[in-house]
Write a protein of this length. Structure first.
Length: 447
């Protein structure tokens, strides 16, 4: 590969020859000097052409070099990719990083069309149409470096605990949890479904004796929602572990992972997040507050809001209000809502030993939005079969899943967490579209 220096590394180098490559962000073509702001994946730097010569000059021995260079710079369009060789100079008067490069050679590697299809004030739909250009913005670049750091920290926790990473199939012969919100696709002579979650396969790993497992992969929901937090394809962060006593063990692991991820992001990107997003990233203390769902509903009711739902669940406004209550009372951005009603949980959630109307389950709320559901799973085959029937399901259609439990499965539990929602809330962005590499929704399949 051609040797080049990343712009972020220029400040640490001594003055002297250097080679950089990147996209033209701005050109100031003055009479006697030309300035170019060049950006690569790591930052931006000012380039200077002090040898401006617009017409051939027989008396100037460098005329055949200076005129083409001046012309090339004058004709540069926004987004053109260039490679520049020149002299690095430290100059504290330069606001952009305290360094600049005196241009000696400039090569246009790939020319961009004049005019940019997106502008600083373009709406999200226009920017998504031209996502590759939108992603060149420093804020967007940072989003995905934050994502990388966050996931690496989570993986480190799992690996240190001896967990195994798995990749589960996304084509399924039948519904993973229910037939609601499923994408059906043609599959040779039959039909297949895109997986809503890796739930059944995570539990299969417990039957297989894997113990702790994790997966970061795509999930699909045929949900015609147009809210800021929904997508039809999203990245799900999943984990499952054996030999637990209750859902409390799952919540403790969940806390450990979240704190590790946010700590790593703050340490590596905190200053840049402050600069680009104006956010002082907070690492939450442990343990996170825990509030039974029934109690949370009473709290928001006492504060003037009654959940309008016909079922026993919490609605988005209720989540925002209980989060505001927790922030005011505990100074915490996270809260576990626990002990969800059996009537609104899937058949494989374990019920309370002393109250069959409740489950050993939780939702994790972050800054007023649910980011995850977790639970202790029911591992007793006779109870699982009875609960499936109670939910109106035919156990015969679940045979492949129920077989896991006919040959011995330890007590276990886990959670699934939406990565996009975590990033959206962490960076306080208005929509999951801003933090998804290529968003998929009810009316978007391109680019």
């Amino acid at each position: 590969m051609t040797e080049r220096v990343l712009i972020k590394d220029l400040a640490a180098r001594e003055d002297g020859p250097v080679r950089v490559s990147g996209w033209v962000e701005k050109v100031r073509d003055q009479r006697y000097v030309q300035f170019v702001v060049l950006r690569d994946e790591s930052g931006a730097v000012q380039l200077v052409n002090g040898g401006v010569l617009r017409e051939p000059d027989p008396e100037n021995p460098r005329s055949d070099i200076l005129v083409p260079r001046t012309t090339t710079i004058s004709e540069l369009t926004h987004g053109t990719f260039v490679t520049v060789e020149g002299e690095l100079q430290h100059n504290e008067r330069v606001k952009l990083g305290g360094v600049e490069i005196q241009i000696e050679q400039i090569e246009v590697v790939s020319k961009a069309l004049p005019g940019n299809p997106i502008a600083a004030d373009s709406g999200i739909d226009v920017r998504l149409d031209w996502r590759f250009l939108d992603l060149r913005r420093p804020e967007q670049n940072l989003v995905f470096r934050v994502q990388t750091t966050f996931l690496h920290a989570l993986r480190q926790v799992w690996i240190d605990r001896g967990f195994i990473e798995i990749q589960t199939p996304k084509l399924m012969a039948s519904a993973s949890e229910s037939r609601a919100e499923l994408f059906e696709v043609e599959y040779f002579e039959g039909k297949a479904f895109l997986a809503q979650s890796p739930q059944f396969f995570k539990q299969m790993a417990q039957a297989a004796g894997f113990g702790g497992i994790f997966e970061v992969g795509p999930a699909f929901r045929a949900d015609p929602s147009f809210t800021s937090r929904h997508a039809t394809e999203f990245t799900s962060v999943d984990t499952e572990l054996s030999w637990i006593d209750s859902h409390e063990d799952v919540m403790e692991l969940h806390e450990e992972l979240v704190v590790a991820g946010l700590s790593a992001v703050k340490e590596k990107h905190g200053e840049e997040i402050q600069k680009l997003f104006g956010i002082e990233l907070e690492v939450p203390s442990r343990p996170f507050p825990r509030i039974p769902l029934a109690e949370a509903k009473e709290i928001v009711k006492a504060e003037g809001y009654e959940i309008p739902r016909a079922d026993a669940d919490m609605d988005p406004e209720g989540e925002r209000r209980i989060a505001a209550h927790v922030k005011q009372k505990y100074g915490h951005d996270f809260v576990f809502l626990t002990d969800y009603a059996w009537s609104i949980r899937p058949f494989y959630h374990m019920r309370h030993a002393d109250d069959a109307s409740l489950t050993n389950s939780y939702d994790l709320i972050y800054r007023g939005t649910e980011i995850s559901t977790g639970a202790q799973r029911e591992h007793r085959i006779e109870v699982l079969e009875a609960q499936a029937v109670e939910k109106g399901m035919d156990p015969k259609e679940l045979d492949f899943y129920l077989d896991f439990f006919r040959y011995g499965v330890p007590p276990h539990g886990g959670f699934g967490m939406g990565l996009g929602r975590v990033l959206m809330l962490m960076l306080q962005q208005p929509s999951i579209r801003e933090v998804t590499y290529l968003f998929r929704g009810p009316n978007r399949l391109l680019p």
